[in-house]
Ligand binder design. Structure first.
Ligand SMILES: CCCCCCCC/C=C\CCCCCCCC(=O)N[C@@H](CC(C)C)C(=O)O
Length: 569
């Protein structure tokens, strides 16, 4: 090939790449329904009264701590149960609501809708919290005190705002006479923080034993309204978890030889294990960017970014390695692109002058959906590369596949639209839940599993999860209640409003109607988007006259004269 031919080929390749890059940059724009913003002045806005605030604080003061599987504060769970019972009298006395206490502490509410042809949906949350080291907190973790408009308490964002928010919304709706069309369930597990095997799993079994086969969608705790977490985006980003990382907890064990510390061996069990752990920390797993829900997330968000970032994020096939490097720099973004590794426990030795007879460490991996448990085990084994370190599986769960997040996916769009009604300046996008939830126990009921917590977060707040100074602002708690209100109201519809173009006009009116002047007989429904679509000549004449009457009737000041034909006037 001559130099000239080489140049021409290179220019052609670069031009082709540029075209692909630009086409992707400007065509990846997700659906954006026009939603009616929820305003504090709205007649159905639920205001955070003193009473509502007090019962939330009371719920936070009850230390429903889970310690390990089967080990949780049983008395406190019962206390929280009676607090809910007293706080929400309408919910607990409504003929539309049936409450079942499952496995002594979990709660399953069944809310009966009038239209049994609509598939019910499921809202879930958990009653338990993780322990807290009180001395490290600014304010005591189980006092629920308020400072600078924030309520500080263990469970404030994980996840008693969900429990109380859902019940406040339901109490309000029922007290206003709400009678749902679509049935729904509310499941509150009592041991999510220790895998939910006693609570959520039992709720799921109860639903199965009742013959429930399917729910339309499930909404559980999850990602949040994030400010400043995603490089390049200033506005809040509400991520809806469509997938969930798996986990793998490995036990590393080294058998040593006890003896007197005055005559040490070259290496002790602790030394061998420390080297293994150090190798694991020094060798993070590779980036999986582009192979999981994070791809969809970035493609959804690209149009919100400045041009350069938009080009990069729309074309991960080309710029993936740069984005991977960039995202690896901070823990929250690093968590979404790879399987992460945390050495969480290390034990060995019994006395300062005794050589340790053994040592144990635990490694907790959160697994990217594109990787298998076996792959991670093999990777660790190869990195440690020392047969003296025995590796065994303590606990594991495979990652959850991505739930649908398309234009017509009812659950996803209901959640997305409800979010945007509350956080009107936020953009929503599908994301990957980096921690784990109770949703694993409900996976047989639906593919439409979504994980979103109505929590507003700023950089640094992620450390409050299971950490110190967990808190929520009063305003955010009010938003949480209203978010669940809109979920319940929006999910009560048969279809997404967005199935027609009407969604683009929703800001102008609540009076949106859908009717085609088409006469149909059984079987004709297949002609829609099918074959042999047709209309009779007579029907077309009727359609013209129908629109004539719509225009002339709507031209009246009020409804009084609308039934008159022009010849009757
Ligand atoms: C680019 C954006 C990155 C995403 C940033 C995320 C910011 C933080 C938002 C949400 C994180 C939530 C993590 C908390 C999980 C809470 C539930 C939990 O702790 N579950 C346990 C379950 C286990 C089976 C016992 C867990 O350890 O995951």
């Amino acid at each position: 090939m001559s130099c000239k031919q080489l140049c021409i080929t290179l220019v052609a390749i670069c031009s082709a790449l540029l075209v692909i890059v630009l086409v992707r940059t400007f065509t990846l724009v997700p659906r954006k329904d026009v939603v009616i913003a929820c305003k504090t002045a709205d007649s159905d806005f639920i205001k955070l009264t003193d009473q509502i605030l007090k019962r939330f604080q009371k719920a936070l003061q009850i230390d429903t701590i889970s310690f390990k599987r089967g080990e949780y504060n049983r008395d406190q769970l019962l206390l929280l149960g009676s607090h809910l019972q007293k706080s929400f009298p309408v919910v607990h006395s409504s003929p539309l609501v049936k409450l079942d206490i499952i496995a002594n502490y979990s709660r399953l509410y069944t809310i009966s809708g009038s239209n049994t042809s609509l598939t019910p949906y499921l809202l879930t949350a958990h009653l338990d919290v993780v322990p807290a080291i009180a001395e490290e907190w600014e304010l005591p973790p189980f006092d629920a005190q308020i400072k600078d408009e924030f309520i500080y308490a263990r469970g404030a964002i994980d996840f008693k705002q969900g429990i109380m928010g859902i019940l406040e919304a339901l109490e309000y709706l029922l007290s206003k006479g709400f009678k749902p069309n679509r049935s729904f369930y509310i499941g509150f597990g009592h041991d999510e923080e220790v895998t939910g095997v006693d609570g959520a799993r039992a709720i799921s079994q109860e639903l199965q034993s009742r013959g429930l086969k399917q729910v339309e969608f499930l909404l559980d705790e999850g990602l949040a309204v994030l400010n400043g977490f995603i490089p390049g985006i200033k506005k809040p980003v509400a991520l809806i978890g469509i997938g969930e990382k798996g986990f793998l907890t490995l036990k590393l064990y080294v058998k040593g030889e006890a003896g007197h510390s005055s005559m040490p061996l070259k290496e002790t069990a602790i030394g061998i294990l420390a080297k293994a752990v150090s190798k694991i920390e020094d060798n993070p797993l590779p980036s999986m960017l582009g192979y999981g829900p994070e791809k969809e997330m970035l493609e959804h968000l690209a149009h919100e970014m400045p041009l350069a970032a938009r080009i990069v994020m729309s074309n991960l096939w080309l710029f993936g390695p740069i984005v991977s490097w960039f995202f690896s720099q901070k823990p929250p973004t690093n968590a979404i692109i790879r399987t992460v590794t945390s050495v969480t426990m290390f034990n060995g030795g019994v006395k300062t002058n005794v050589l340790p007879s053994d040592a144990t460490a635990y490694i907790n991996h959160r697994i990217h959906p594109a990787q298998s448990l076996q792959e991670i085990m093999d990777y660790d084994r190869a990195v440690i590369n020392d047969d003296r370190v025995q590796i065994s599986v303590e606990d594991s769960m495979v990652a959850a596949a991505g739930s649908p997040s398309g234009e017509n996916d009812f659950g996803y769009q209901i959640i997305s639209n409800s979010i945007r009604q509350i956080w009107t300046n936020a953009t929503t996008a599908p994301g990957m839940m980096i921690g784990n939830t109770d949703t694993k126990h409900y996976k047989d009921f639906t593919k439409n599993i979504y994980r979103f917590s109505p929590t507003v977060m700023f950089p640094g707040d992620e450390k409050r999860f299971h950490g110190v100074n967990e808190r929520i602002s009063k305003n955010n708690y009010e938003q949480a209640i209203n978010f669940y209100y809109h979920i319940i109201v929006n999910a009560d519809k048969r279809l997404l409003m967005g199935n027609t173009d009407t969604r683009h006009y929703a800001m102008f009116t609540k009076n949106i109607y859908r009717f085609c002047p088409t006469v149909m007989f059984l079987g004709d429904e297949k002609r829609f988007h099918g074959i042999n679509e047709r209309i009779s000549k007579k029907n077309y004449e009727q359609a013209i006259n129908f629109y004539y009457h719509v225009i002339t009737n709507a031209d009246q000041r009020s409804l009084i004269n609308i039934h008159q034909h022009s010849d009757e006037l």
